[in-house]
Write a protein that binds this ligand. Structure first.
Ligand code: AMP
Length: 290
């Protein structure tokens, strides 16, 4: 595996692979089994796989969150090499955003202004900007993203389609821990107690999904079920919990199968997101403690 530490090295590597199809997996590092599942998927989609590791400063709306974002580059390089990645691209911040940088890409409208877009102003603008820059650099045919960040994947799909970017987007399923919590680089910042509280997130979503299966379709009731599960724990703050239509993120009063129930919470200050598609399969969650 090649470790490409600047744009020149990447361009040289890409020119040497001009005849091959390339799949890219963009990440912010601190790789876990969720990222590895995207890599495996990428390997089945193209001749060669590039993983990018870049903690993108312009998608953070909170300086402290950026500073405390976990960084484990040496381990990430080993993990990628063992996973059969062909090249890992680790661009320096100053090359991605040199002095005088002032160009941004933004998907406007409900897709980016609701849910995480409402609570993290500028976040998706930062994401679409860096993803388009990475695509221009890597020149992939395929890009693999996680359903874990479903809103992000839908926004990127919109950008690719609106700007005629010739990259096929593949969305791979969320990998969860055995207790139901989606794997996330931020989970390492949860203490032991925080982790237990965090399980209320998939449990609440699963309860709401079961209520939906039993005939409860009022969105506000489904959202209440999630709140009830979460708010019994001190230190848990709900950022948002909402039912929206999947294709346009419009708010829904009466939920239908396939609508998205999405939740963001702060657990002892750590922000986590999770979602389910109503009527979809049950989540394997740990039962509530007595
Ligand atoms: P991140 O490094 O958190 O920016 O994530 C990089 C990519 O990995 C994104 O496409 C995420 O959606 C995806 N990802 C993160 N966590 C998971 C997970 N638990 N399962 C599947 N994909 C994930």
């Amino acid at each position: 595996m090649q470790t490409l530490r600047n744009i020149d090295e990447l361009r040289t590597w890409r020119a040497a692979h001009a005849q091959r199809t390339v799949a890219v997996v963009p990440t912010m590092g601190a790789l876990h089994a969720g990222h590895l599942s995207l890599i495996e998927r990428a390997r089945s989609e193209a001749d060669v796989v590039v993983v990018t590791v870049f903690v993108n400063p312009i998608q953070f709306d909170d300086a402290e969150d950026l500073e405390s974002y976990p960084q484990t580059l040496d381990d990430d390089i080993i993990a990628c090499s063992q996973a059969g990645v062909d090249a890992i691209f680790v661009p320096p911040r100053a090359e991605m955003y040199p002095n005088g940088y002032c160009t941004f890409t933004e998907v406007v409208g409900p897709l980016s202004s609701t849910l995480c877009g409402a609570s993290r102003p500028g976040h998706f603008r930062g994401v679409t900007t860096v993803v388009l820059k990475l695509f221009n650099l890597v020149q992939p045919q395929v890009a693999v993203f996680g359903e874990k960040d479903l809103q992000q994947a839908l926004i990127i799909q919109r950008m690719l389609s609106d700007l005629h970017v010739p990259v096929r987007l593949v969305v791979a399923p969320t990998i969860r821990d055995i207790d139901g919590l989606p794997l996330s680089s931020r989970n390492v910042r949860l203490g032991e107690e925080g982790r237990l509280k965090a399980l209320a997130l998939p449990r609440g979503l699963d309860k709401a999904n079961r209520a939906f299966a039993d005939g409860e379709t009022t969105s506000i009731k489904l959202v209440e079920i999630v709140y009830e599960e979460l708010l019994v724990h001190p230190g848990v703050e709900v950022d948002y919990a909402d039912v929206v239509q999947l294709h346009n993120f419009a708010d829904v009063t009466e939920a239908k199968a396939g609508d998205l129930l999405a939740v963001a919470v702060f657990i002892d200050g750590v922000r986590l997101i999770d979602h389910i598609l109503l009527g979809g399969p049950a989540l394997a969650v740990v039962p509530e403690a007595d």
